[in-house]
Design a protein around this ligand. Structure first.
Ligand code: IDP
Ligand code: MG
Length: 139
């Protein structure tokens, strides 16, 4: 089944010049880059993106981190892309991530873990709509 997922190359990765390396991995996986742009969120926009985590103790720190610099946001399309992208990312905590995953290779700690990826069709739909307009999603 062809699906779409929302990927974010987080501010830690952009500032460390990892954008090209990560995009290269996506192309090697055969993911179609349907849309891509570099943006900087305000803190309240970052809070809105991560509203599902608003009760979590790390919410304020996470929103500050995500608003702390430019990020690169992408819509990826492909067969089973939500799970395939999550597999490429690795576990939330880079110390627990499988060797060869993006977080294991490039992540610093559980917060600064270089990549976001939607975890379900429902979250993908919300997250893509939050960051992209319909006009930016031309097939
Ligand atoms: P995920 O990104 O692997 O889906 P989530 O649990 O959805 O992980 O958490 C969202 C983001 O919040 C993580 O990617 C990470 O940046 C941050 N985060 C998660 N857990 C912690 C924590 O225990 N301390 C600090 N930051 C965290
Ligand atoms: Mg998540």
């Amino acid at each position: 089944m062809i699906e779409r997922t929302l990927a974010i190359i987080k501010p830690d990765a952009v500032s460390r010049h990892l954008t090209g390396e990560i995009i290269k991995r996506y192309e090697h996986q055969g993911f179609k880059i349907l849309a891509i742009k570099r943006i900087k969120l305000t803190k309240s926009q970052a809070e809105g993106f991560y509203y599902v985590h608003k009760q979590r103790p790390f919410f304020d720190s996470l929103a500050s981190f995500m608003a702390g610099g430019p990020m690169v946001v992408l819509v990826l399309e492909g067969e089973d892309v939500i799970k395939r992208h999550r597999d490429l990312m690795g576990a939330t905590n880079p110390k627990e991530a499988v060797k060869g995953t993006l977080r294991q290779e490039f992540g610093t700690d559980i917060e600064h873990n270089v990549i976001h990826g939607s975890d379900s069709r429902e979250s993908a739909q919300f997250e893509i709509g939050y960051l992209f307009s319909g006009l930016e999603l031309q097939p």
